[in-house]
Every structure is written in C-alpha cells, then in structure tokens.
Write a protein that binds this ligand. Structure first.
Ligand code: PMV
Length: 322
C-alpha cells in the first residue's frame, strides 16, 4: 500500500467539561463534519505537508529533523505526532501528507486532535502495524500533552471511538453509550475559545477555593452519571434539565460569557429542553437539546441572538479509511 485516505470526526462536548480535567467524567459526541487526511509514501527522506485551510503549502522537512528546531505553529500536532510515532515505530520512508477539513478550526470541533488521530491511524495502516484503538489513543494523547501541556484527551477518544462516549481523564474509562444520536441544535458564538487559558482560569479558582470548587465538580459528576442513563433512555426532558444545571455550574467556574448566555437563553426561550456551552467556554459553540417541533424556532432564535447555526449530526463514526 502506497497511499491512504482516512477521516476522523469532529466532536462536541455534551456535559462535564472542565471537571473532566480533574478526573470527573464527561460525555462527548462525534459529529458528521470530518477531518480528512491523505498520506502517501515517497522515495525520498522528506516529510511534505499541504494543509491549505491553515495556509500551509508545500512545507518540507527532513525525517531526521522532525521534532527539532522551529516547528510551524499550524503543524505542531502533525510534527509532534510524527516524532512520537517515529520514536515508537520508526519512519522508514518519506511521506506526503495532505489535510482537508469539512469544518473551520474556529468552531472548537477538535481539528487538532482529529488531524493527529487521522495521521497516526494512516501510518499504522500504511506500515501494517495493526494499531489497536488504545495504542492509537496513547500516541495521540501524548502528542496533545506535548503540544498544549493541558487536556483531558476526550477529543482524541471521540475522534477514535466516534459515537457518544462516557469518558474519564487519560482514557481511564472510554465507554460507548447505547444511543444513535442526540437531537441537538448547535449555535456558534463567532468567538474562538482559547482552551489552555480557560483551563488555567479554572485552575486558579480551584487553587484558591479547593473545597468549594471540588463541590461544584462533584455536582457535575453526579449530573454526568445521571445524563449517561438519560441519553440511553432518550429522556430528553430530564437531560435538558441536567444540561441547564451544568451550564449554571460552568458559569460559576467563570467560563461563561455574555455571548454564550445570549444564545443559551434564546434557545431555552424558544422551547429547547436545555442548553449549555460546549467545550472550554468563553466562546465556541452552544448545544441546545430540542425536539423536532421546536427545532426551527430554536434555530431562528439563536440566529436572532447573534449565533450562527452549524448543521451537524451526532454519534457519527470514529476514524476510518475512506
Ligand atoms: O475547547 P475544547 O472544545 O477542546 O474543550 C475543552 C474541554 C476542557 O474540559 C475544558 C479541557 C479538556 O481537555 O477536557
């Protein structure tokens, strides 16, 4: 096999963000907007990358120099991913790597993790390594930590396993939920969230108020544990309530924003069962749980409140060869 095309899904956090960094569970779903990566073996000793959507054309570096010297910001996940792969399995030939995404990296759908998962999965296939999901997770999660220092790895697990999963830090638990999809409307605030900064905001609060913040995390944990059952039983009304409570607790952690609240309240007023931010907070997207009857109204009200509707299906397949 000389070349391969693979894709991995983007993700949306449904419940449990931030608390997951402190070993509490979260629930994440994979969406049908995907990252696509083509990897070709070449006869030289170069890694050549084309990633047009992030402005990278014909970037070249020798295999020997991978992970050394200056690393282009847009290619960090690719280069450090390659370095980690090379350290474990070697890299016997040059590669031509091309990436293309169905979604903008601004949305917070996890483009960096998805690109890393695609790349390492593709290499595993190209070199017949029979990488298990766990092995793939280990290399990709290490890469995330090497690059951004913080992160629970939920986005990596979602890109690999797909579907909707119950997840605990570092992949301690990755449990696929028995559900096809969760009926949500997604509204983008128009603001790019800075995840590492927001993780540090919570860390500061935690350091100064350990007891109080631990109680908030415990509440998030209980609602996530309950939400797991509600999702499997399709009890949307109760799940919506749990999402609203989760949103209140996230606000109390200091990761809300006026723009998020505007969309959240618009969605609830329009008849959504519940609505909350998804991911780090500060911006990115909100998810509103909605039945078919109110869907259009919820979308319209989110738009009126300044949001952009992103049409997505949830519970989609994990990484695969296309
Ligand atoms: O910003 P996102 O969509 O990558 O979500 C971050 C979620 C956090 O729980 C805040 C961090 C993490 O890695 O789990």
């Amino acid at each position: 096999m000389k070349k391969i095309n693979v894709s991995a899904p983007g993700k949306l956090m449904l419940l449990g963000e931030h608390a997951v960094v402190y070993k509490y569970p979260c629930i994440v779903t994979a969406v049908n907007q995907r990252m696509h990566v083509r990897v070709e073996k070449t006869k030289d000793t170069l890694i050549a990358v084309n990633a047009g959507q992030v402005g990278i054309k014909n970037y070249k570096k020798d295999i020997e120099d991978i992970g050394k010297g200056d690393i282009v910001k847009e290619l960090k996940f690719i280069e450090i991913g390659l370095k980690n792969f090379k350290e474990k399995y070697g890299l016997p030939c040059g590669l031509k790597i091309t990436t293309k995404s169905d979604f903008s990296s601004k949305f917070g759908f996890g483009s960096s993790s998805a690109v890393c998962v695609c790349l390492i999965y593709a290499l595993g296939e190209l070199f017949n390594l029979n990488l298990s999901k766990r092995k793939l997770f280990e290399i990709c999660y290490k890469t995330v930590l090497d690059v951004q220092k913080v992160g629970s790895g939920f986005d990596v697990a979602s890109a690999i396993w797909g579907g909707t999963i119950y997840y605990i830090l570092g992949g301690k638990k990755i449990i696929p939920l028995k559900t096809k999809s969760v009926p949500i409307v997604v509204g983008y605030t128009g603001i790019k969230a800075d995840t590492p900064t927001l993780v540090r905001v919570v860390e500061e609060k935690y350091k100064k108020n350990k007891k109080l913040i631990t109680s908030i995390f415990s509440l998030i944990e209980s609602l996530v544990i309950e939400a797991r059952k509600r999702i499997e039983n399709k009890n949307w009304e109760r799940l919506g309530f749990l999402m609203n409570v989760n949103q209140g607790l996230l606000d109390s952690l200091g990761v809300g924003s006026v723009e998020i609240s505007n969309l959240v309240y618009a969605a609830r007023k329009a008849g959504a069962y519940g609505a909350k931010l998804s991911g780090a907070g500060g911006g990115d997207c909100i998810v509103a749980l909605t039945n078919i009857k109110y869907r259009k109204k919820v979308e319209d009200e989110i738009k009126k409140a300044g949001g952009i509707i992103l049409k997505v299906r949830t519970g989609e397949n994990g990484v695969r060869t296309d």
